[in-house]
Ligand binder design. Structure first.
Ligand code: F6R
Length: 614
């Protein structure tokens, strides 16, 4: 994963780089480093194990001058998190410093070759091999940096977004990408480099997204130039981005995660805007309308995704099957890509990803595309790799999600999936006008109902204190709320480090019920829907074994609320949209338990927001 930032221009590079790294820390935060070419033309490299704030503190007495520099925040792949393994890595000649996001798969072969040429290595990273390879090409062939990078990358197998500087040429940064994201911001006589646009928006809205195997030359006083591996100059597509700085700040909340949970009603309004037309009794997702013939022909739909996006996919399956009567298969992208899947022309593959950069999801998309499937992307990060590698798609428009645990992206994904199902169902004639009108009217009220659900925040904050003792949790749901149970369990695991399992409630008696004792908290999603009576029996089974039941019920519930130990009342909605409401208290509960336990909510251990390695 990792976040990379770079700057060349006339301003002091260091503050720009540090601010940029902080915006990218969601990508990894186990070590950080910076390389600057100082005013006196020295290559100064500073690194720390730990977060960017530690890096900032550690350089207080150092020379941080310079108007050209590169910086990195790491999520370890090769080599443990440590100062030595942190980037930038410096070449044996002492001239080059390089930062890299990705994995060099043939690093062992390259390393052995370089060792035979007399190179030695101090870190256990694949990145150090890359910088030494470029150094070797440059020094042995007496090449300029650009040519050395170009020739070196021809020998590299793997993924990279990299930036490299050379202290013998303080007017140039070379960057390149393959399968890892890289954006270049174009200012007035200055350039910015970053893994995504968030570190750049403050300075310019003009950006270029590099494509695979692009190499860019950022030179003072010259326009941006991009070439391919055979040194052919490529046309640039300069885009204007619409990210607002306020969206990237915490806005008075103690954590991004809490801010993002509370933003959901507004986010969903943004997501539905212009698409939901209740009076006309229609939903218009333009991508569905533009490709309706292809979608109508579909014999089946396969949805590929990872993590939370995979949970949204499970809800999507129920929505599409119910409203469109098309069979839907949901696959973990990481399994799909290696399963020699039966997929091809006539199949629609929907890929769901918040970041648009998840390596496994991208690979699954690529495989399905090569085999002739039509690919529809559902994504949040505008301009990221998934939207650029799919035939069509819809953005969820919930704004940047910074907290590592996904919250508003999940409800945004479910909202888009519901709109997709309803758009297609209307075109296909598989939904009756009255049924469509009922759900659309209800859809419109969801943001307000979410606000009501958010009013449970204080109740949940106090209830959460009771459960910090727990080392296990079970989450149960059925139908549309079974994926919500999975998602609730995932949220708790990732930020509080409590083991949690999501389960379909009726499956309990086939095994997991053996786990129930007086210590075991069981969260049951038991809002009023067609399976309510069944859930009542499930709750009774748990109570009979003295489990502690925390029930999510609909307002006015008089049955389960009497049996459960704790009850959280939520506004009623139609079954298909219930996940948009029931998810909220589970997000809040995970958040408050983690806060009570003193955990780092926005940057939980071992995780990163954008999983750009497989
Ligand atoms: C969980 C979480 C992850 C992501 C997963 C996929 O809170 O954030 O499970 O959902 O890594 O990421 P995207 O959606 O960016 O492809």
């Amino acid at each position: 994963m990792c976040g990379i930032v770079g700057y060349i221009g006339s301003r002091d590079a260091f503050p720009i780089l540090i601010k940029g790294l902080k915006r990218l820390e969601y990508r990894g935060y186990d070590s950080a480093g910076v390389a600057l070419l100082s005013e006196s033309n020295h290559l100064n490299v500073y690194k720390v194990k730990g977060k960017v704030s530690g890096l900032e503190e550690s350089v207080q007495k150092e020379d941080i001058s310079g108007t050209i520099g590169i910086a990195h925040t790491r999520w370890a792949t090769h080599g443990e998190p440590s100062k030595i393994n942190a980037h930038p890595h410096v070449s044996a000649s002492g001239k080059l410093a390089l930062i890299h996001n990705g994995i060099i798969e043939n690093y062992n072969v390259l390393k052995e070759r370089l060792q035979q040429k007399g190179y030695s290595f101090t870190s256990s990273t694949d990145t150090e091999v890359l910088v030494q390879l470029i150094d070797y090409m440059k020094e042995s062939g007496k090449l300029d940096l650009l040519t050395a990078v170009r020739l070196a990358l021809r020998e590299v197998v793997g993924a990279y977004a990299l930036a490299i500087i050379d202290y013998t040429n303080p007017d140039e940064v070379i960057v390149a990408r393959k399968s890892s994201p890289l954006v270049i911001g174009i200012g007035e006589n200055e350039f910015f480099i970053a893994s995504d646009a968030t570190p750049i928006v403050e300075y310019t809205d003009k950006v270029v997204y590099l494509e695979d195997e692009d190499i860019a030359i950022l030179k003072r006083g010259e326009p941006l130039k991009v070439i391919d591996f055979s040194n052919e100059e490529l046309n640039l597509e300069v885009q204007t981005i619409e990210l607002n700085l306020g969206q990237l700040e915490k806005g008075g909340y103690p954590h991004f995660m809490l801010k993002e949970i509370f933003e959901q009603p507004d986010c969903l309004r943004d997501c539905m805007r212009g698409r939901l037309r209740v009076e006309e009794n229609e939903v218009i997702l333009s991508a569905v309308m533009d490709h309706k013939d292809k979608l109508l022909e579909a014999k089946r739909i396969i949805i590929v995704a990872c993590g939370t996006s995979w949970h949204a996919a499970l809800i999507g399956r129920q929505l599409i099957e119910h409203y469109c009567r098309i069979p839907v298969q949901v696959e973990y992208a990481s399994e799909f890509r290696y399963s020699n899947p039966v997929v091809g022309g006539g199949d629609i593959v929907i890929s769901i990803s918040q970041s648009g950069e998840t390596a496994d999801t991208l690979a699954a998309v690529e495989l399905a595309r090569q085999r002739g499937a039509f690919i529809y992307g559902i994504c949040n990060a505008v301009g990221s790799s998934i939207p650029r590698n799919t035939h069509t798609g819809s953005y969820i428009h919930v704004g940047p999600e910074i907290g590592v645990a996904s919250t508003k992206a999940f409800t945004g994904q479910v909202t888009v999936l519901a709109m997709l199902a309803l758009t297609l169902a209307k075109v296909k004639g598989t939904v009756k006008p009255e049924e469509l009108q009922e759900i659309l009217k209800e859809f419109e009220t969801i943001p307000e109902k979410m606000k009501k659900a958010l009013e449970t925040n204080e109740q949940i904050a106090s209830l959460s204190k009771t459960f910090t003792y727990a080392s296990n949790f079970i989450y149960l749901g059925r139908g549309y709320n079974y994926p919500v149970a999975l998602e609730g369990a995932l949220k708790l695991k990732e930020i509080s480090y409590i083991h949690a399992e999501g389960y379909p409630a009726a499956e309990m008696k086939h095994g997991p019920i053996a786990l129930i004792d007086t210590e075991m908290p069981v969260v049951v999603i038991a809002t009023h829907n067609s399976l309510y009576e069944k859930l009542l029996s499930n709750v009774q089974e748990i109570k009979a074994r003295k489990g502690k039941v925390i029930a999510l019920v609909s307002e006015g519930d008089e049955t389960i609320s009497k049996i459960a130990d704790y009850c959280i009342e939520l506004p009623k909605t139609v079954e298909a949209l219930d996940p948009l409401i029931t998810t909220i208290p589970l997000q809040l509960m995970a958040y408050h338990i983690a806060v009570c336990k003193g955990k780092d909510v926005d940057q939980p251990r071992n995780l990163a927001k954008s999983v750009t390695v497989e």
